[in-house]
Design a protein around this ligand. Structure first.
Ligand code: SF4
Length: 501
């Protein structure tokens, strides 16, 4: 059966123009060659350009070294950057491959129907592709209102699209990275401490005396400065407690490895809380000054003893007691790592809240070796006209189901794109930038039904991938090595910014 939107696989053949067409938002800086770079080059022949890596969200600052022909030859870390301390991870040094990848999208593409009813992409000029996107935006606005044009985005390029859509009149946006990754953490710490945990997280692992990792795989994931700091903490003799069913890299370097039965983490956390309260090991001064509800908590965990938790978690009572006492002995220099990809079992916000409460009982907030209070720099916003007020936004699409959510929920926007779900607010078209929805959403059938239901999909990215196969228009995006934009001003122990030049 022919569908409105057949999936079209893009191969390098047929989409390759000889000159790289850069994003409407990017700026051309270096020269792009389709051929491989060969031959040695000495450092004297290279010029360094300041940049920061965007292969992942850590955004480590570095230098891109460019030869006399304008070709990027190597990328190294910036010594002055607290996010990397001069060292990039292997993905970061390999960022050059993303730039020279011969499969990159090089020219806009538009979906067309052939005489036999099949569909394919044809190359288009930027003018034609942007005109088509603009005409569809106008059509949706005139027919359904601008709010019906949804945005799925991620990362810096996605932020540009967010501005575009807000100027157009839509705040119907969602990032899969919220509900599928770190959203429960943000909501839980905000609900408990009234503060977000930040990105990178404000963990003083370098100076901690006790690091607790619950499903955090430092050393397997590459959260650059945290991996470096964990090595320092181990060298300094810190106690490392790793809770993980697997004997992970972190577990192999830990003082205590707690191979917990999957999906029982909250029971362990409650038993730790029980020990701290009932053995009078919690930080009384901190709890008295900054918290309320200890009596309720004490009553709540009364029967949640290590013996009770043993039956649920498979962690022996003496190990639960010993590790709780180790944390109390090191407090307040304890980091209960809040994790990053924390969406596991559906109880994630409550698990993260338990971790935040444990942190509070240890007084491990705003102290050396605990979660520190980050310092940021306020970069003034570029002056812009006032955005129109939408009649409804992603908050209305959530329909009160997720009161703690601080961003749109992607699944809800997908459901709002499918008429049979009967959502009050319907999404009729998508802009997608920096996120590969078919792979990032667990419910593949829902994604396909939603993609088939909407009237128009525009995708902006650097490479062909699953989501580009569903697009009506594809706009090639610039990689971070071709951009001047966005000043990085992520918080850290000391205020810092990072610019590209
Ligand atoms: S951790 Fe690695 S991939 Fe991520 S920004 Fe830093 S160097 Fe790049």
């Amino acid at each position: 059966m022919k569908t409105r939107r057949d999936f079209i696989k893009i191969s390098a053949v047929g989409t390759g123009a000889t000159v790289l067409g850069l994003s409407a938002f990017g700026a051309k800086k270096f020269k792009w060659f389709e051929s491989k770079i060969e031959g040695p080059v000495s450092d004297e022949d290279l010029t360094p350009y300041a940049t920061y890596c965007e292969v992942c969200f850590w955004k480590c600052a570095g230098w891109a070294y460019v030869d006399k022909q304008g070709r990027v030859r190597k990328i190294v870390g910036n010594q002055n950057d607290p996010h990397c301390n001069g060292r990039l991870c292997p993905r970061g040094t390999g960022g050059i491959g993303m730039y020279y990848d011969e499969d990159r999208l090089k020219t806009p593409l538009i979906r067309v129907k052939k005489a036999d009813g099949s569909q394919e992409f044809r190359e288009a000029s930027w003018e034609e592709a942007l005109d088509l996107v603009a005409s569809k935006m106008k059509e949706v606005k005139d027919t359904y209102g601008p709010e019906a044009f949804g945005l799925f985005n991620h990362g810096n390029p996605g932020a540009h699209l967010e501005h575009l859509m807000r100027a157009y009149g839509s705040e119907t946006n969602a990032e899969p990275a919220f509900a599928n990754c770190r959203g429960p953490r943000s909501s839980a710490y905000y609900a408990t401490f009234g503060a977000y945990i930040g990105s990178p997280e404000c963990t003083d692992i370098r100076d901690t005396e006790c690091l607790v990792l619950i499903g955090s795989h430092l050393g397997e994931n590459m959260h650059n400065s945290q991996v470096q700091e964990m090595s320092q903490a181990i060298d300094n003799g810190a106690t490392i407690i790793t809770v993980d069913p697997r004997f992970s890299t972190a577990a192999a370097h830990s003082t205590h490895w707690l191979p917990i039965k999957p999906a029982t983490d909250i029971a362990l956390l409650m038993a730790w809380i029980h020990v701290l309260i009932y053995e009078n090991l919690y930080n009384k001064a901190f709890v008295d000054q900054y918290t309320f509800g200890l009596d309720h908590l004490k009553k709540h965990v009364k029967n949640m003893t290590p013996e009770w938790a043993y039956g649920i978690t498979d962690i022996k009572p003496d190990v639960i007691r010993k590790t709780a006492r180790a944390m109390a002995g090191a407090a307040p220099a304890v980091v209960i790592h809040p994790g990053r990809h924390v969406v596991w079992y559906g109880d994630d916000t409550q698990r993260e809240r338990a971790m935040a409460i444990l942190t509070a009982l240890l007084g491990a907030w705003g102290k050396r070796g605990s979660l520190y209070l980050p310092e940021g720099v306020s970069v003034p916003k570029y002056p812009q006209p006032h955005y129109p007020e939408p009649e409804w936004t992603w908050k209305d699409v959530n329909e009160g189901k997720y009161p703690l959510a601080t961003m749109g929920i992607t699944t809800e926007l997908l459901k709002a794109s499918v008429p049979r779900f009967g959502y009050k607010h319907q999404v009729k078209a998508w802009f997608v930038g920096g996120t590969n929805l078919p792979l990032s959403m667990p419910d593949k059938k829902l994604f396909k039904e939603a993609a088939e239901s909407v009237e128009f999909i525009a995708v902006m990215d650097t490479m062909p991938m699953e989501i580009t196969g569903y697009a009506d228009v594809i706009l090639p995006e610039a990689t971070y090595l071709e951009r001047y934009d966005f000043i990085r001003s992520a918080p850290n122990r000391v205020p810092n910014i990072c610019a590209r030049c």
